[in-house]
Design a protein around this ligand. Structure first.
Ligand SMILES: Cc1cc2nc3c(=O)[nH]c(=O)nc-3n(C[C@H](O)[C@H](O)[C@H](O)COP(=O)(O)OP(=O)(O)OC[C@H]3O[C@@H](n4cnc5c(N)ncnc54)[C@H](O)[C@@H]3O)c2cc1C
Length: 444
């Protein structure tokens, strides 16, 4: 095995003995890319070691939690490119309309071993366990979507970014290094039945999913992600430290959907930015590594990450103590979803989210905090925030979604002086927003 795939990334999921088989299987789920993918490279090495070809399988389920037509359309565009890149490397690719772990399990019956990437959310973990318990061969998970593997970074839930930062920063030199690609020695020549990944337009109509959330015009795939990263480094990274918190400027990388679907490696992004250096790089690595991996830490160690009980006790107590405080207005879910509030900034942000699937981080914080003021109970603010974020955001249904909406209700934050509705949770108000950015809001 290549030394570039650090042992901390490798997690055997069962103790089966190596089996005979026709191929090594990489069940691709979270890391949907052909490049800088430790699970894929580990599978290539394993296939070479066993003198077998490598088969990659992707199970397409129409029941992915909370997913609408928007993410499916975008994901399939990305997979079209990934499948082509795998074929060019002599790796087989199968995509079927099937419950993902069942597809992996049926193909595992003829595999010498199965490699899986790591997913951090509840259903992703259940899927991997389901496969590992039933597969007749070894199942090994390789963690490639964190710069520092989540359990190496910290052994329990971190209460704040400061706690994780102290642990992660010294580990960066060990985990921040390039990973090249290798073609397997034996070229794959499979005739397994598969959907045609180069024709997403034929696959989308087969999916019974919520079609009310339309696809967005935002290029998908590893090539687009890499082009965006290059442009960001050349044009915006030097201004990132000063301007990333200003929603009137467009200086952030826009990489979150690519990271969510695993179309680009966070290690690749961090490596390219780290090589440039400077205050912009420091500020960016704080978001990409510390903040993003704080979200991984949160969902990994907090079974209730998507429930009220997942918030810190102090935050729940103070918000509950203020639950009966009078609200300036109460809006229904329908009003909120249709951006019908008395706050033009919030309405503009919500409308943009519905139309484009995107919202600037600062606006997202403001957007989430306002929900506290307009819903009857703080539990509703959490529920509505997650619902709207995950329904419309292209990068939604991510560990960052739960940590982001949770942050609006006190997660990973500290207590502030007490005030109505917010209690001791950090407030954000329209007046504060206007003081910072003026009356003009140029976002559409
Ligand atoms: C209410 C709320 C909901 C959110 N929902 C999501 C979500 O569904 N999916 C999602 O990926 N992010 C979410 N975030 C975090 C953050 O807003 C986005 O990651 C960021 O705006 C993405 O834009 P970018 O790629 O241009 O970020 P950049 O500023 O270019 O940052 C680079 C990368 O660092 C990570 N990052 C940046 N800011 C944060 C942050 N505050 N916390 C964690 N990671 C961060 C992201 O992976 C991002 O792509 C949410 C934040 C809030 C307050």
């Amino acid at each position: 095995m290549r030394p570039e795939i650090e042992p901390e990334r490798i997690h055997p999921l069962n103790a089966r003995s190596p089996a005979g088989g026709r191929y090594v299987l990489y069940w691709m789920q979270a890391a949907q890319r052909a490049f800088w993918n430790p699970a894929l490279e580990f599978a290539v090495d394993l296939a070479d070691e066993r003198r077998l070809p490598l088969l990659v399988a992707f199970g397409l389920t129409p029941h992915y939690p909370e997913a609408t037509l928007r993410p499916y359309a975008w994901m399939l565009e990305g997979l079209r490119e990934t499948a082509r890149a795998l074929r060019e490397r002599g790796i087989g690719f199968v995509m079927r309309l099937e419950y993902p772990p069942d597809l992996a399990l049926s193909l595992a019956r003829e595999a010498a071993a199965v490699v899986a990437d790591r997913g951090y959310l509840r259903h992703q973990r259940v899927w991997r366990r389901y496969l590992a318990e039933r597969a007749p061969c070894p199942v090994v998970e390789v963690e490639g979507d964190a710069v520092v593997p989540v359990e190496t970074a910290y052994p329990r839930a971190a209460v704040s970014a400061a706690v994780l930062r102290r642990r992660i920063r010294p580990l960066l030199p060990r985990f921040l290094r390039p990973l090249g690609e290798r073609a397997p020695r034996i070229r794959a020549d499979f005739a397994e039945p598969s959907l045609n990944p180069s024709r997403p337009e034929d696959i989308l109509p087969l999916l019974e999913v919520d079609r009310t959330v339309a696809p967005v015009d935002f290029p998908a795939g590893t090539g687009a992600a890499r082009a965006r990263l290059r442009r960001f480094i050349e044009e915006d990274l030097p201004r990132y430290a000063d301007l990333r918190g200003d929603p009137r400027q467009d200086v952030t990388s826009g990489l979150s959907p690519y990271l969510h679907f695993g179309q680009i490696s966070p290690v690749e992004v961090a490596w390219e930015v780290f090589r440039v250096g400077g205050p912009g790089a420091d500020a960016f690595l704080e978001e990409l590594v510390v903040r993003r991996e704080l979200a991984l830490n949160f969902v990994w160690y907090t079974p209730d990450y998507d429930r009220w009980e997942g918030l810190p006790r102090w935050a729940r107590e103070t918000l509950s103590a203020h639950a009966a405080d009078p609200r300036p207005a109460l809006y229904s879910l329908e009003d909120l979803e249709s951006a019908r509030t008395d706050d033009p900034v919030w309405n503009a942000a919500q409308s943009a989210l519905v139309r484009t699937g995107r919202m600037h981080n600062y606006l997202r914080m403001y957007w989430g905090k306002r929900l506290l003021v307009w819903t009857a109970r703080p539990e509703d603010a959490l529920r509505v925030g997650l619902y709207l974020n995950n329904k419309y955001a292209l990068d939604g249904r991510d560990p960052n979604s739960y940590a982001g909406v949770g942050w609006c209700l006190g997660l990973h934050d500290r207590p502030f002086p007490e005030r109505p509705i917010f209690g001791k949770v950090r407030p954000m108000t329209p007046e504060g927003f206007r003081r910072k950015f003026g009356e003009v809001h140029p976002w559409p």
